[in-house]
Design a protein around this ligand. Structure first.
Ligand code: PBG
Length: 331
């Protein structure tokens, strides 16, 4: 009696060597898929972030140099996050549409040096707001805090317009106010910026994974939480509803955030919309891989790569990740 059994199906045939595995590979990560989030401040020095290893708060000069290094390995898109000094923060976040502010200055210097880099900006009030919320805060007679929707949307429109005027290719509203995509689209069109795209944070969850980011920018809410505008992690039908609304309002690209713990949401929105889909591997996801690999418990590069392949396999066309430069260098 031989050990040879008579299977009709032997899937291992398709894995027998690297060339065959290459032929049957279903998901490919390319440098073009990566968007590199960068923190900046108005100081002249570049400061390494303790809460996010290998990330910095860049000076304008340092920012342009880092964009250049990322571009050298094939990263073509960056998204900017400003740290604003406490004295410029106000309850109505006026600094967010200052044409001479930090973000417009950063867009201009990047575009001057690298016109081919696509510059994406975050549209939300939290870095500029003395309350640390993504919108304008009102406190009622009972002392309860409310993030006011429509007044916030009007400010977001000014912010988006200010970024467009400075040369942004894509504005990315991350605030989760209702109706903001339609209003921002209208403002951009009225300002003759019909070619500026909107990447909408369509399904953005109220996530504890944003912790290191808020530390990096000193942008944590001073009181309360973000649960009246960011979504409940327990929900998935609501994510589809948000995505459909943003599509109908004129979004060019939808986004799911965070990414790794929300792969089901990515796959669901992929199935329900034909728009390009982005996913944001957020600061907490990054830090978990970074800290687990610090003492060699896991292999940082391999786990980072696998995490991004997983996000793409779930249905994302592009990924915002703090690993962008590193992974692009490996591809
Ligand atoms: C703020 C914003 C946040 C992130 C991107 N834009 C934080 C928040 O909503 O509190 C998080 C990114 C990250 O954690 O990497 N509008």
């Amino acid at each position: 009696m031989s050990d040879k059994l008579n299977f009709s199906s032997r899937p291992r045939r398709n894995r027998k060597n690297p060339a065959v595995r290459g032929l049957i590979r279903e998901t490919v990560l390319q440098t073009e898929d990566l968007i590199y989030p960068l923190f900046l401040h108005s100081d002249d020095s570049d400061v390494a972030l303790e809460s996010m290893p290998d990330c910095h708060r860049w000076s304008l000069r340092g920012l342009v140099e880092e964009v250049g290094r990322a571009r050298d390995v094939g990263v073509n898109s960056v998204v900017l996050f400003p740290a604003i000094p406490e004295e410029l923060k106000t309850s109505k976040a006026e600094e967010c549409y200052n044409p001479d502010g930090l973000v417009p200055a950063a867009i201009r210097v990047i575009k001057e040096e690298y016109p081919d880099i696509s510059v994406i900006t975050d549209v939300a009030l939290d870095p500029y707001n003395s309350d640390g919320h993504d919108g304008v805060v009102e406190v009622d007679s009972k002392g309860e805090l409310h993030v006011v929707n429509d007044e916030t949307v009007s400010i977001l429109c000014k912010q988006a317009l200010c970024h467009a005027e400075a040369g942004a290719d894509i504005v990315a509203p991350s605030d989760m106010m209702d109706g903001r995509i339609a209003e921002i689209r209208r403002s951009l069109d009225l300002g003759n910026f019909e070619t500026v795209s909107i990447m909408s944070y369509a399904a953005k969850y109220a996530s504890a994974y944003y912790g290191p980011f808020r530390g990096a920018l000193d942008s944590a809410p001073k009181a309360g939480d973000k649960k009246t505008y960011q979504m409940d992690p327990a929900n998935h039908r609501e994510a589809v509803r948000e995505a459909k609304l943003d599509e109908a309002e004129g979004a060019d690209i939808l986004m799911v955030k965070p990414a790794g713990p929300y792969l089901d949401i990515i796959s669901k929105i992929r199935a329900e919309s034909d728009l390009p889909l982005a996913a944001y591997q957020v600061s907490g996801e990054y830090l978990m891989i970074k800290s687990a690999s610090k003492d060699g418990w896991i292999d940082e590069s391999k786990v980072a790569m696998e995490s991004l392949i997983g996000i793409k396999r779930a249905g994302a066309d592009m990924i915002l990740t703090y690993f962008a430069k590193k992974i692009a260098g490996m591809l």
